[in-house]
Design a protein around this ligand. Structure first.
Ligand SMILES: O=C([O-])CC(=O)C(=O)O
Ligand SMILES: [Mg+2]
Length: 226
C-alpha cells in the first residue's frame, strides 16, 4: 500500500474566462507574464490538431518519476474539462502514460494531459487521447507502486503550479496562469494580441517601425579589405 495525499479541489473557473483564454496563444501569455509562465521543455507530442488551442484548470499530480499509480487515480476522479498536470521530475527515460490511459482520459472528458516526464504509444495517443504535452517519449513502461500526491502544489519544468491554475496549450507548448491573476493576465495578453495584429498590418503595408533597432545598437562598420 502506498500513501497518497488528496488535497481539496479548486472551484472550476468561469466559462467566460476559459473562452477568452482559448482565443489567445501561449506566447502571448508568457510575454505578458514576465516570459516565465511556460514550463520549459514540455512540447505537444500527440493529439493536437494544427492551430488548436486547449485550455482548462489544472488538476495537479505529483508522482514518483517513472511511476503512474497516482496518475491512474487522478484519471478516475478528474472533473470534465480539467487538464491533468503531472509533475514526474522531468525524467524522460520511462513513460508515465500511454495510449490506453489517453483513451480513458478522453472518455472521462479530460481536456488535455501535461506530463513533466515521458509518454509512450504516440500513434494511439494521436488517435484517441486529448492533446498530450510531455517532456519526451519512451517505450519503457511505468511502475505502479506510488507514492504521489493529488491536487497539491507542483513544480512543472521549474514553474510552480497550483491545483486550479489555468493552463493553455498550443503548438508552442504550455503556459500556466495563477488563478488569482487570471483576469489581469488574460486582459494584458488580449492587449498584446491587438498590438501584434497592428504590427502584422504594418508589415503588410511596408510601414513597420524598425527605428528602435539602430536606436538600441551601435554599429561599427569594418571597411572591406583591398
Ligand atoms: O502501461 C501503462 O500504464 C501506460 C500505457 O502504456 C498505456 O496507458 O497504454
Ligand atoms: Mg500502452
Amino acid at each position: 500500500m502506498s500513501e497518497c495525499v488528496l488535497h481539496q479541489a479548486a472551484e472550476m473557473p468561469a466559462r467566460d474566462l476559459l473562452d477568452r483564454l482559448r482565443r489567445l496563444e501561449t506566447s502571448l501569455v508568457s510575454d505578458v507574464f514576465g516570459r516565465w509562465a511556460g514550463a520549459a521543455g514540455i512540447s505537444p507530442i500527440a493529439g493536437l490538431p494544427s492551430g488548436q488551442v486547449v485550455v482548462g484548470p489544472a488538476f495537479t499530480v505529483r508522482t514518483r518519476p517513472g511511476d503512474n499509480l497516482v496518475v491512474h487515480k487522478a484519471l478516475d476522479i478528474a472533473r470534465p474539462g480539467e487538464i491533468l498536470v503531472v509533475a514526474a521530475g522531468g525524467q524522460r527515460d520511462r513513460a508515465i502514460l500511454g495510449g490506453l490511459m489517453g483513451q480513458y482520459a478522453a472518455s472521462r472528458g479530460i481536456a488535455a494531459l501535461v506530463v513533466d516526464g515521458a509518454v509512450r504509444d504516440r500513434s494511439a495517443l494521436d488517435k484517441s487521447a486529448p492533446p498530450v504535452f510531455a517532456a519526451g517519449v519512451s517505450h519503457l513502461g511505468p511502475y505502479k507502486d506510488g507514492p504521489g500526491d493529488l491536487r497539491c502544489r507542483v513544480s512543472l519544468g521549474g514553474v510552480a503550479v497550483a491545483d486550479g491554475d489555468l493552463v493553455i496549450g498550443d503548438e508552442d507548448g504550455i503556459a500556466t496562469i495563477p488563478r488569482s491573476r487570471a483576469e489581469e493576465i488574460i486582459a494584458a495578453a488580449e492587449a498584446k494580441r491587438l498590438a501584434e495584429e497592428a504590427e502584422s498590418e504594418a508589415i503588410s503595408t511596408g510601414s513597420w517601425d524598425r527605428s528602435w533597432i539602430d536606436a538600441s545598437l551601435t554599429i561599427r562598420e569594418v571597411p572591406a579589405a583591398r
